[in-house]
Design a protein around this ligand. Structure first.
Ligand code: THG
Length: 273
């Protein structure tokens, strides 16, 4: 599972405050902790007014790249903003995101053409976010076929089927899994990604819903997750599920994560016997 650490996001109140105060140490710490917990990419999302976004994104990118070697996932709804800050990245990461909306693909595909950058592609278009599987698969197909014109192969594309809240659509996860299966039938090397917390919106015990969604999505073959790697419950779900599915030889990853305190009680809370 490719872990995209989501914690450096200005829409999280504490992070928003740290951005406002330009608290470099706070952001740095989040980058290091996520990398240590196993993040393969560090998402940076400014979550501020458009006038400030460029400055804040560059500030975040510089801090993360100074703190860790983990590549970035540049997160902005505005393709021109990603274009503006792109050259500040020291190594190839992930562009988050394109969709079939407006001129996003026209702006972002040429940017990553001929590079090793990957891209997250949301299954929405000018009509919004479809709730049915057919439209999602068609949008995914359209985005992957358009990418081919820029020599961007399917293995560099993470399709994000934009999971709806289960409380709003009882078939939400089923539709996600069906989209995953159908897109992979068409393009076996494409990656499927998702945020893990939308599913439980407005429900009690969100953590339980998120963990079990994750478990089933892993089983179905999800390739990457935009998640909080500091959430020990979520990481335990990931490691336990991989082990149960025979994807963790000798349960080594599970055991190592426990030993390092990534899952289970924090190291400082374990009593010496
Ligand atoms: N798809 C894509 N990009 C995305 C999303 C997506 N970017 C933004 C968002 N969704 C993913 N990022 C976040 C960031 C923070 C939280 C949720 C989604 C969040 N964090 C809490 C915190 O850090 O305090 C709690 C996290 C927890 O413990 O689980 O709520 O869907 N392509």
């Amino acid at each position: 599972m490719i872990i995209i650490g989501e914690k450096i996001n200005g829409t999280i109140p504490k992070v928003g405050k740290a951005i406002e105060e330009r608290d470099e140490a706070y952001i740095r710490d989040l980058a290091i902790k996520q990398a240590e917990a196993g993040a393969h990419y560090i998402d940076v999302c400014a979550g501020v007014a458009p006038e400030q976004e460029e400055e804040v994104l560059l500030w975040l990118m510089d801090i993360v790249q100074d703190a860790v070697d983990t590549p970035l996932c540049i997160d902005s709804p505005n393709p021109r903003m990603i274009e503006k800050v792109f050259s500040r990245a020291k190594k190839p990461g992930i562009v988050n995101s394109v969709s079939a909306e407006g001129d996003k693909m026209e702006v972002l595909y040429p940017l990553i053409q001929g590079t090793e950058w990957q891209v997250i592609a949301l299954t929405c278009d000018n009509k919004g976010i479809p709730s049915d599987v057919d439209t999602r698969v068609n949008i995914a197909r359209q985005m992957i076929d358009e990418a081919a014109k820029y020599d961007i192969t399917p293995d560099r594309i993470h399709i994000d089927p934009l999971v709806m809240a289960l409380s709003a659509d009882n078939q939400s996860m089923i539709k996600f899994l069906e989209t995953l299966k159908r897109v992979k039938e068409l393009y076996p090397t494409v990656k499927i990604t998702s945020g893990l917390s939308n599913i439980s919106f407005s429900m009690p015990l969100r953590r339980v819903i998120n963990q079990h969604f994750f478990c089933l999505a892993i089983y179905a073959g999800m390739d990457s997750a935009i998640m909080d790697p500091l959430n020990r419950h979520m990481m335990a779900t990931l490691l336990a599920t991989q082990a149960l599915l025979g994807r963790d030889r000798y349960c080594r990853n599970f055991s190592n994560a426990y030993r390092k305190g990534i899952i289970g009680p924090k190291l400082e809370e374990r009593k010496k016997k």
